[in-house]
Design a protein around this ligand. Structure first.
Ligand code: F0G
Length: 465
């Protein structure tokens, strides 16, 4: 028989207790955290959907690998395994291990960036943008226009606008383009996939102008799932083959392995060009560690090599994508405005639509994140004007194109009943939405303000009990 229920394709061998809390306690915890979910303690959280990064449950095989990690400073066995796994996947000749994605980004964008350079992406993730801007370069997002309409159904909303890409290269001058970066899946644009066709087209444009094409590949396995099931010609390819083909069109890649390599820490930079790889290796050794461990322990590299294979297991990927879609589609059916179609690693709620009475300068996304925490201990993150807003010369907010809240789902961590608990919470969110109030920023840093900004409720006594 063909079952409708997609079960978790694993058994639980070890458990981590969740500390339960009451709504009264959470109101106090949130106030102490200045209404910023990043400032909560994990013990104050029941369901942690803050991120899918570094939060995966490792497999028995990965934990087994941890025990045989080779901690040699140079030429570690575990490094050789990791290097082989990365080369097999990317086809890139040079592999540089880093402690996480942004370390790879700092190295490559520090090297390619600088004043006068422009980077072009479907959407730069926040650390990618920050590393580029920190180098003095500019970062432009040009996903297809469909990506800005949360309710529009499109199979590959993560695609780059290729016409705009070519225009921009001509406008800026090819010699001033640091790189084109395809982020798969497009995290900040709603976890939406990029098609192989778009990748081929972007690659052809980059080749025509002699511009580097890099893959931000942290969710490349999830992206491969969508290609196999949505794009013609890939039905009979394995997920790994699809990912390999995608890498084949690129000159390099930065991967935060904390996502699709199913590890708690790790990353890499992979490159085709020796000159760039040599320069980056210098920076790696100065700032991360020797070339055969970067910022990683031998055991981390061992687990990473195993995870990079496990993630392409068809039963894992089917469970992963379908369980995310289960949550998203249930919320959609209930009338919660979600970004459609549902992405791979997360469900994104359109907070602007949910709370039309909260103006963007009172951050509707942050308001929803606060409500989810207070009502159920669910920790999420705003991906909107708190994360991407800027100020004009007069100090007025230039809002982000969308006000989203991300429910990022850790890999292999939560069960169906955890998800049902989350769905139930949204009943209450919908019932009380009219009484939800916005927030204002009372303190913020210059870069990546969402991590540490402090907020106040616009009307302090309006938290709904
Ligand atoms: N690129 C993308 C697309 C990402 O989603 C992330 C991290 C990074 C790069 C940076 O990697 O954290 O290992 O330094 N995203 C996490 C998230 C933090 O929650 O989406 P990192």
């Amino acid at each position: 028989m063909k079952h409708k229920t997609i079960i978790e394709p694993f058994k639980i061998k070890m458990v981590e207790p969740i500390k339960m809390s009451s709504e009264e306690e959470r109101i106090e915890y949130l106030k102490k955290a200045n209404y910023n979910t990043f400032l909560l303690k994990s013990d104050e959280v029941i369901i942690d959907f803050l991120t899918d990064s570094g939060t995966s449950a490792m497999s028995a095989e990965q934990w087994g690998g941890i025990m045989i990690g080779d901690e040699s400073y140079a030429g570690s066995r575990s490094w050789l395994k990791m290097e082989a796994a990365v080369k097999n996947l990317t086809g890139h000749e040079y592999v540089l291990p880093t402690h996480q994605g942004r370390a790879a980004e700092r190295i490559i964008y520090g090297y390619l960036g600088g004043k006068g350079k422009t980077f072009i992406s479907n959407t730069h993730f926040d650390t990618t943008r920050a590393n580029i801007e920190f180098s003095g370069a500019e970062a432009l997002d040009i996903a297809i226009p469909e990506s800005n309409d949360p309710s529009l159904i499109h199979p590959f909303k993560g695609n780059i606008d290729t016409q705009r890409l070519e225009e921009l290269i001509n406008e800026k001058g090819a010699e001033n383009i640091g790189a084109v970066i395809l982020t798969v899946t497009n995290n900040s644009g709603g976890g939406q996939p990029v098609s192989m066709k778009n990748t081929r087209e972007v690659s052809a444009i980059c080749k025509k102008y002699g511009v580097l094409l890099l893959l931000d590949s942290c969710r490349v396995a999830e992206n491969a799932y969508f290609i196999k099931h949505r794009e013609e010609g890939f039905e009979n390819k394995t997920y790994e083959e699809i990912a390999q083909e995608m890498f084949s069109y690129t000159d390099g890649s930065a991967m935060s392995s904390k996502k699709d390599a199913l590890v708690n820490m790790g990353g890499f930079l992979s490159l085709r060009d020796k000159k760039i790889a040599d320069a980056c290796t210098n920076l790696l050794i100065i700032t991360e560690g020797f070339a055969t461990y970067g910022g990683l322990s031998g055991r981390d590299m061992e687990a990473l090599a195993i995870g990079l294979k496990e993630v392409f297991d068809p039963s894992y990927l089917e469970y992963r994508i379908k369980s995310t879609a289960y949550l998203g589609n249930k919320l959609h059916e209930m009338g919660v405005p979600v970004m459609l179609p549902i992405g791979g690693h997360a469900v994104y709620i359109d907070a602007k639509k949910l709370y039309p009475h909260i103006p963007v300068n009172e951050y509707p996304g942050q308001a929803l994140a606060c409500e989810l925490y207070t009502k159920a201990g669910i920790r999420t993150v705003e991906i909107g004007s708190v994360m991407f807003g800027k100020y004009d010369e007069n100090g007025e907010l230039i809002p982000a194109p969308m006000e989203l809240v991300r429910l990022a789902i850790p890999r292999r961590v939560y069960t169906q009943s955890h998800i049902e608990y989350v769905i139930e919470t949204f009943d209450e969110i919908l019932k009380t939405k009219g009484q939800t109030v916005g927030v204002k920023i009372v303190e913020e840093p210059e870069f990546l303000r969402h991590f540490t900004a402090k907020f106040e409720k616009v009307e302090t006594d309006n938290v709904v009990a």
